[in-house]
Design a protein around this ligand. Structure first.
Ligand SMILES: *[C@@H]1O[C@H](CO)[C@@H](O)[C@H](O)[C@H]1NC(C)=O
Length: 701
């Protein structure tokens, strides 16, 4: 009923919208008409026309609009020929133009979309020069001109492209030296110049915040600047000067732009001025004084930036383990160098300070610094922490009866789980990871162990120990007496009491808190990737404990999407696991709790096989809802509570990930639900089946 009227309203809105926006902006339409005829009116471009004036209203292949403006043209790899016309400059709302990998030719026209962020003309037959109009395209973020026939020297036209972070000019025939204005590319992180005919040195790149640089197969000479030696760099096929240490670059003024990753303390800079250049004492003093001055300016910006940081943010950082205020300050005054400490010596000689953009440049090293300060999961942290025990295979064999079938308690996508009883009477759960899983994922097992051992939450299954011997990899966890929620709900026999409504709410809330912890407390966030009722274990009091947390890296995306019946639509489509796909899976578990049905049940009539598809349209209809409820509940639930529960589900299983709420919001909703139903708990049957104390799920914490 609701669904139908909703649909009606939406279609009316769409009709009205189409009426209002009607035709495409006329100059956009004109530009596309011109583009189409310049490409010889290719039939591959379905919907396109050289005269029709409404690319936004009709659906033109590869064209995206916002309102009446064209915002994206993506027509890559369609075998298009001809040229791209001369009217693109009127596409002032265009963000992205991708005509890569076609057979388009001629020179690149001067008239290009002025506000474009991503311009991809790669893999065509464009020749001549790069048009000077590009120098005005200040929004440009990615420029890909690779695999063309450009053969003119680069003009000095890069001075205003401060947003450009990826530039690919590879596989052309561009001659000449790199222009001076390359040094203004202050966002440049990936630069591809390979397979051209560039000459001269690459000194002008020394101070860019590069992460990837390929200059292979050119005619470069000189030395590779030290600042670039620690990044991902490819330099083969050039005529580099040999010899140990490069001389100070001739003609380079003493205090120029600093590589943002290199140190900039006064001490370092002062040292460099004195040692290397062999200038007289007065000049040294002058340099030192000016460097001190510059240092003071930089420090001023540092302090300013720091104080601009919102205070909760600072508190937040300071509360994190391993991070104290003082260590922070130390890092801030000495940004960098952490990863490339072996280059410390060398960089000292080159250290100088960026006068031009101190704030933005340092911002970058700050962010890196903040990140490196987070108590995480970096590659270096491999030592296994003290709080988990290392078991031998022999121990575990003994405890599980040589991994006998009798002790098998579960089987998941990455291995089997056994009940293990130890000599001292202790019972634990042992997860034996399939060897194929770990060989597929070369990530260090001890690193995985270290990561899981850092997770501590009352609703997350605690790792007790591990075993890594003879090529076997096992994880030892707390054992939870009541098994998985899945089995409890779907495989119960007449001896198991059905879960009461309050217990179901308690399980939902506890599991929500576990996910909230992984998503919003852990840093960086942990995507669970495998949230399902099989992975919610129930202890003796039926409190939920989320298992398999921190194992996402072992889960093969493709297999997972197939085996996981409750995965979000975007995961099924593209294998994209995010926090929001976890939220979706959480909604599915709530649906299981509400209906007592499995996410997928082939034994039901076709329309009811997929739980989400069957249940979601009925979540807002209270009559339908009371018919959907697990019959095992025998109507022992407060209707208000039920409908609020259903409201939360509806939020979580929305098809658009961006509309699903964060887990903290879900937790809040469930807490409120519990508080309200506690106030009116007399309406719930006081039946003997209430085997938990409803007060135990109060919303405190
Ligand atoms: C540029 O385009 C070419 C051809 O499609 C592609 O191979 C290359 O990876 C692209 N470069 C970047 C940096 O994306």
């Amino acid at each position: 009923m609701m669904g139908l009227s909703g649909l009606l309203i939406i279609s009316i809105l769409m009709w009205v919208a189409s009426f209002i926006n009607g035709a495409t902006d006329s100059s956009d339409a004109c530009a596309l008409n011109n583009l189409y005829s310049s490409m010889n009116s290719p039939s591959q471009l379905t919907g396109w026309s050289a005269s029709s004036n409404d690319p936004c209203g009709q659906s033109w292949k590869g064209v995206t609009c916002s309102g009446s403006r064209v915002t994206e043209i993506k027509i890559s790899g369609l075998g298009l020929s001809g040229s791209i016309g001369f009217q693109l400059a009127s596409l002032t709302a265009l963000n992205e133009l991708d005509v890569s990998n076609n057979n388009l030719g001629d020179t690149i026209p001067y008239g290009l979309p002025p506000n474009v962020q991503r311009l991809n003309l790669a893999g065509n037959n464009f020749n001549g020069a790069i048009p000077y109009s590009i120098s005005q395209m200040t929004s440009l973020n990615l420029l890909n001109l690779s695999h063309n026939h450009l053969q003119q020297q680069l003009n000095d036209m890069f001075g205003n492209l401060a947003s450009l972070s990826t530039l690919d000019l590879s596989y052309n025939s561009i001659p000449g030296n790199l222009p001076e204005s390359f040094s203004s590319l202050t966002s440049m992180s990936s630069l591809y110049l390979q397979n051209n005919q560039f000459t001269g040195t690459i000194d002008v790149l020394a101070n860019l915040p590069l992460e990837n640089l390929n200059v292979e197969n050119n005619q470069f000479t000189g030395w590779i600047p030290q600042q670039l030696q620690s990044i991902n760099i490819q330099t083969g096929g050039n005529s580099w000067s040999s010899g140990a240490a490069p001389p100070p670059p001739p003609g380079t003024p003493p205090a120029k732009i600093n590589h943002p990753k290199s140190g900039n303390t006064n001490r370092q800079s002062g040292g460099s001025g004195g040692n290397k250049s062999g200038i007289g004492g007065g000049a040294i003093a002058g340099i030192i004084i000016s460097l001190l001055l510059v240092g003071a300016i930089v420090a001023f910006f540092l302090i300013k930036r720091r104080s601009r940081r919102s205070s909760p943010d600072v508190e937040n950082l300071d509360n994190q383990p391993f991070t104290s205020l003082s260590s922070h300050e130390v890092h801030e005054m000495k940004p960098v160098q952490i990863s490339s400490s072996n280059n410390m010596k060398k960089s000292e000689t080159a250290a100088s300070i960026n006068l031009k953009r101190p704030v933005s440049v340092h911002q970058k090293s700050f962010d890196e610094d903040d990140f490196s300060n987070k108590p995480v999961v970096t590659k270096k942290l491999t030592p296994v922490p003290q709080n988990v025990k290392s078991y031998s295979i022999a121990d575990l064999q003994m405890a599980t009866g040589s991994f006998s079938v009798d002790n098998l308690i579960g089987e998941g996508s990455i291995g089997r789980v056994y009940r293990a009883q130890f000599g001292d009477g202790k019972v634990l759960a042992v997860k034996k990871i399939d060897s194929s899983v770990l060989s597929r994922y070369p990530e260090d097992f001890t690193e995985i162990v270290a990561n899981i051992s850092r997770l501590h939450h009352p609703n997350v299954t605690e790792l007790v120990g591990y075993c890594s011997e003879h090529g076997q990899h096992l994880l030892v966890y707390q054992f939870h007496k009541n098994g998985s929620l899945h089995d409890f709900l779907h495989l119960s026999d007449e001896y198991t009491k059905p879960l009461t409504w309050n217990t179901r709410v308690k399980i939902a809330l506890g599991s929500a808190r576990a996910l909230e912890y992984l998503h919003e407390v852990c840093s960086p966030s942990v995507v669970h990737k495998n949230f399902k009722s099989e992975n919610i274990l129930l202890d003796a009091e039926l409190n939920p404990h989320l298992s398999d947390s921190g194992l996402a890296s072992l889960i093969s995306d493709a297999n997972q999407a197939i085996s996981h019946n409750a995965c979000a639509p975007e995961v099924a489509d593209s294998g994209q696991y995010t926090l929001k796909s976890d939220v979706y899976s959480f909604g599915v578990v709530m649906l299981e709790l509400l209906t007592g049905r499995k996410p997928f049940d082939g034994s039901r009539p076709r329309a009811e096989q997929s739980l989400v598809r069957w249940a979601t349209p009925q979540l807002h209809d209270i009559d339908a809802l009371t018919k959907m409820v697990d019959p095992e509940l025998e109507d022992l639930y407060p209707v208000k509570s039920l409908s609020r529960f259903a409201d939360v589900i509806a939020l979580c299983v929305q098809p658009e990930p961006e509309f699903r709420p964060p887990m903290s919001e879900v937790v809040q909703d469930l807490v409120r639900l519990v508080q309200r139903s506690n106030m009116s708990k007399r309406t719930v049957g006081n039946s003997s089946r209430q085997f938990e104390n409803p007060d135990s799920i109060d919303g405190s914490v």
